[in-house]
Design a protein around this ligand. Sequence first.
Ligand SMILES: C[S@@+](CC[C@H](N)C(=O)[O-])C[C@H]1O[C@@H](n2cnc3c(N)ncnc32)[C@H](O)[C@@H]1O
Length: 303
Amino acid sequence: MPLKLGKIHQGDCLKSMGQIEDGSIDLAFADPPFNIGYKYDKYHDSQEDAKYLDWCGEWIGEISRILKPSGTFWLAIGDEYAAELKVAATRQIASPFIMRGWVIWYYTFGVNCTRKFNRSHAHLFQFIKDEKQFTFNAEDPAVRVPSARALVYGDSRANPKGRLPDDTWVLRPQDAPESFQSMDDLWYYSRVAGTFKERQGFHGCQMPEQLLGRIIRVSSNPGDVVFDPFTGSGTTLAVAKKLGREFLGTELSADYAKYATQRLKGIKVGDPLDGPADPASSSPNTANGVTLEARNRRKAAAK
Ligand SMILES: C[S@@+](CC[C@H](N)C(=O)[O-])C[C@H]1O[C@@H](n2cnc3c(N)ncnc32)[C@H](O)[C@@H]1O
């Protein structure tokens, strides 16, 4: 029996995907465990290399099978396995994908390192099956950003509709008030840090809704089916629902599946996407920022 839409199916993604018909999904987004020893409640995130890679090959192969010929698969992955999973997806599975884009998501609030530069990015691969036929809503105003011609150079050649974002996703609404109002909460696509209002509280790897917003808007249309094999806190499905897409997900952990289901229940089609609380004041634009030197000078003068 095919898997029901509009819900999270608790259990192993491979087992559940086995019940999804060939060529039935428009957009899949996967943010798998990165095999870096992260603490999940059920999944053990320190597998032997070969075992982890075999497993990834299996579920990436399944995603290829269940995607429509016109479908898109977005994969989020860390440095450790980005190269291997790109090769798996484009060369090693039975019906390999074509890599259409390799986006770097630059985030703030990364983990502080002591013997290497701090990690502040993840990889987002955009895989498709058919270069002639795939969804890419380049004209959606919610996907476009203002150009430097319009913002910085006052150049009359600037396209009033803005331009497509670069493939390094660093958005600073503070520096682009014409495009991102403070209530839009689009902000570097910061990680969802512990203090953010958006944080659901039960899952440490929650992705920001604004990041999924861009992916779902550009790679699917209202009514399309969006699938997430590693639902976690439910961000992909929450955004899909808000944007009027059909959705389904799988999640190994019974607790995560339960809480993510509750999250989905509280959402209606058309609800605004969440973002970090008050980004404009928590991250002022560069011109309005205060340097440490200036602050110290001010303090000294007040004494
Ligand atoms: C990186 S997290 C996903 C976070 C998610 N993108 C979010 O925004 O909350 C990976 C998730 O995959 C789940 N998982 C691990 N192995 C799984 C499997 N075999 N089948 C389904 N889910 C699995 C974990 O429990 C974890 O919640």
